[in-house]
Ligand binder design. Sequence first.
Ligand code: RAM
Length: 356
Amino acid sequence: MKKPPLAAVALAAVLAVGASACGGTTKSSEAKDNGAAATSGGKANPNAPIKKNLKLAFLPKQVNNPYETIVDNAGIAGAKEFGGQAKEVGPSDASASSQISYLNTLIQQRQDAILIAANDPNAVCGPLKQAMSRKIAVVAYDSDAAKECRDVFINQASSEEIGRSEVKVMSDLIGGKGKIAILSATANATNQNTWIGFMKDELKKPEYAGIKLVKVAYGDDDDQKSFQQTQGLLQAYPDLKGIIAPTTVGIAAAARYVSGSKYKGTVEVSGLGTPDQMRKFVKDGTVSKFELWNPGDLGYLASYAAAALASGQITGAQGETFKAGRLGERTIGKDGEVILGPPTVFDKSNIDNFHF
Ligand code: RAM
């Protein structure tokens, strides 16, 4: 897999948005000071060695999502580097209630760390707090749990940057004018809802006055439902100019629908996708540009953060640092958030350089 430094730098320059972390979905150090569920319960010891044979469990939004598979497989491979044993368990639908039963089992199994991409920030809180009270490290990755219910959140990129840049990309594609819709994942997904919040805020800027967001639809990160939702959007709004799908499942389904319909060439599809799923739609002209980060690096970073927490090197407080293997030293930011790095924009000029 190639690294994307140039594209990433270019995007960061184009965006010129603050790299500050988003509000609302992350943890405050005050919560920890209040005794709210700190895993170690004590002070961080940055020199503590990584414990041997740590048991890590990844609980993705759903297991049959190619994106989550890349993330978790890389996390599992990363754990081998420090002698840990990691596994992935999870539901086939992206629902919070399905995740709860997995959480209960993982707590009974006395995992050293649970890593979760939360399908709802609050619905999974009860079992996550229970896990932390039993000294199980809790790492949210990809989609955050409420900040008092996890030790750290490994965010793929600045949520603000993701949301604002998706509007900017779409605006460029449609010449700053016309109706657009968002095809999201599930209605309660923390990550998509945070990004959509920033998209709506970005759309308030005068340069986007010609763009009207007509609908936010939900495909539940289910391929068929996302395909049908795309069809429904285009039936309801035949003059739609663009669809932003901030989900790898949604964008692939939307692109597949548009590529086989009369809307190909008139409706732009953009958002977040994996290069392997989107390549054919870039090559057939349905999709011009979309974004993503390196999902493997996200899982790898989450694994190292889990090991650092479970070994007492960090507690999740702002300013603590830990070593994340090939990704180098990382620092915990405000509200327990660790940011992987800026996203990359893919188009026909660079897509063949990326294989994930
Ligand atoms: C889907 C999931 C995931 C999100 C990506 C971009 O695979 O919704 O949570 O981060 O899209």
